[in-house]
Design a protein around this ligand. Structure first.
Ligand code: AMP
Length: 503
């Protein structure tokens, strides 16, 4: 059906001629030795000297000027994309010429549309099933990429499937048998289907995208990608997008790209100018009081609070709920269904405080985030950039506040060094914070009791790693905001306090 739609209108719409010159290119030789990727245990290190951000010479360039056909220009308009972002301006003319691309772009730069638009145009010009495969490091990112393809390609009837772990294999096999145009996947599950799903192959693939390549390789997907590269056509286009150019990414690039154009739109470790970054320094024991104080002060904003561990993520969520805050957790020990559910509730504004581990810090497109709170310091400056990149996206403004305790000073200083700037301290009324301590401590005790109960349930149920699957069975979902949440462990008392606490 969709292919017919693609076929039917194909002759009517033609791509416009490019009117801007493509940017200066840098090519690199392809190395056929793909085994280089295997057993690559090298430590990640930065190899590329960061190039200066390209001056925006072509300020008023439109999507049409880039060479995109009218239905895609219309789709951009419908999505309220007023003008192409830097990465789109710099890469799309090359992609439309059929070149392979290495895109080094910071989060929120519009890189998904940068690779989706040229693929959709090529699909229009030469419709065929299994046209493109996009690999992403996380399931959530894969879902988002697919959504972007679907919204940009809605007028041309594109069909996408998402092939990720944690979902039913059989349903995915059926979806694959319907010959979609675009497959968005995590590498492990794709390989599983390549090996076990009868009749499924990527022999007709025309485009391969490796998104967040540095993260894919950090997560040890290298050997799987290496295997997949062996069973897809060598005659294809490849787009490799990464936040940073590491040795591993450089190797993957050599193994998978052919004479690529390198497009870099941000310097290493840079953050966008619309992001206001602050820190707060206090003793560790006051951490939760500061968190509660800030969430009260910043009430009404959509906020992501980053914690280091799944356990902390869960505890903070319970603590905040006990105080009446509409918090929802997102971490790697929730079931896939729960993770997507959490994300959707947050995106839709149903919950406006997301407590997340770093699983959520990369690639997720949550456009309306106003504030990022680093409750726990990230391990390194790269993770810091990715976390704060959740706010101030695509030209919007945003704030980040990083908590620093007596134990974090060294790591924090390293982050400031990498950012090459000293952050300002976020202004707080310290007396007001101290006044919260007692109530926060009490809610904390309830949260810990609840957490222990969850652990005990998990022990009995033998749930293993997916310990928080049944975490609260959405019992909070409709009642927390109304302030009516009750539980055996006495959280109801906490919540009553919460009602007093919330402004
Ligand atoms: P990405 O970097 O692909 O995750 O995109 C970040 C956000 O920017 C997403 O919400 C996109 O919908 C949005 N976006 C992408 N391209 C544009 C554009 N040209 N103008 C405005 N917003 C955009």
């Amino acid at each position: 059906m969709a292919i017919k739609q693609l076929n039917k209108t194909k002759k009517v719409v033609k791509a416009e001629k490019k009117v801007i010159p493509p940017p200066a290119s840098e090519s690199s030789e392809q190395e056929s030795d793909q085994s280089e990727l295997e057993n690559d245990a090298e430590e990640e290190e930065e190899t590329e000297t960061a190039t200066e951000k390209e001056e925006t010479k072509n300020e008023n360039v439109t999507f049409k000027d880039l060479g995109l056909m009218q239905p895609l220009v219309d789709a951009c308009e419908q999505l309220k994309f007023k003008a192409p972002t830097e990465i789109q301006k710099e890469s799309i003319p090359w992609s439309l010429q059929g070149r392979d691309i290495i895109g080094l772009a910071q989060t929120g730069s519009g890189k998904t549309a940068a690779f989706a638009l040229p693929i959709l145009q090529a699909l229009w010009n030469n419709p065929s099933p299994m046209f493109a495969c996009v690999m992403a490091p996380t399931r959530e990112l894969a879902v988002q990429i697919s959504e972007t393809f679907e919204s940009l390609g809605s007028t041309i009837g594109v069909r996408c499937v998402v092939i990720v772990g944690g979902m039913d294999m059989m349903a995915q096999s059926i979806a694959l048998s319907k010959k979609p145009h675009i497959i968005v996947c995590t590498p492990g599950r794709l390989q599983d289907h390549l090996e076990n799903t009868k009749g499924f192959s990527l022999r007709s693939l025309k485009y391969l995208v490796l998104d967040e390549a540095d993260r894919l390789l950090d997560m040890d997907f290298g050997p799987i990608i290496d295997q997949i590269l062996k069973v897809i056509p060598k005659e294809r286009n490849t787009f490799l997008f990464s936040a940073t150019m590491t040795t591993k990414v450089a190797k993957l690039q050599r193994a998978s790209l052919n004479n690529p154009v390198k497009v870099e739109v941000a310097t290493k470790y840079s953050t966008v100018s619309t992001l206001l970054q602050y820190y707060l320094f206090f003793p560790l024991k006051q951490k939760d009081s500061y968190l509660v104080y800030l969430l009260n002060e910043l009430a009404g904003n959509s906020t992501i609070v980053f914690s280091r561990t799944c356990n902390d993520c869960q505890r903070i969520t319970l603590l905040l709920r006990n105080l009446g805050f509409p918090a929802i957790p997102l971490h790697g020990q929730l079931s896939q269904e729960k993770r997507l559910g959490a994300l959707n509730k947050f995106k839709s504004g149903n919950r406006n405080i997301l407590i997340a581990t770093d699983v959520a810090s990369r690639g997720l497109d949550i456009p309306s985030v106003d504030i990022v709170l680093n409750y726990d310091l990230p391990n390194n400056s790269k993770d810091y950039i990715h976390r704060v990149g959740r706010t101030a996206r695509a030209g919007r403004s945003g704030k980040s506040i990083t908590f620093v305790t007596q134990y974090d000073v060294e790591v924090y200083q390293r982050i400031e060094q990498a950012l090459d700037k000293k952050l300002d301290e976020f202004p707080v009324d310290k007396d007001a914070v101290m006044l919260l301590q007692e109530r926060v401590d009490e809610a904390q005790r309830f949260a810990i009791t609840e957490l222990k109960e969850q652990h005990a349930t998990r022990g009995k149920g033998g749930r293993g790693k997916r310990q928080f699957n049944s975490d609260d069975k959405d019992r909070d979902d409709d009642s927390v905001q109304a302030g009516a949440y009750h539980s055996k462990s006495g959280a109801a008392r906490g919540n009553r306090q919460g009602k007093k606490m919330r402004k």
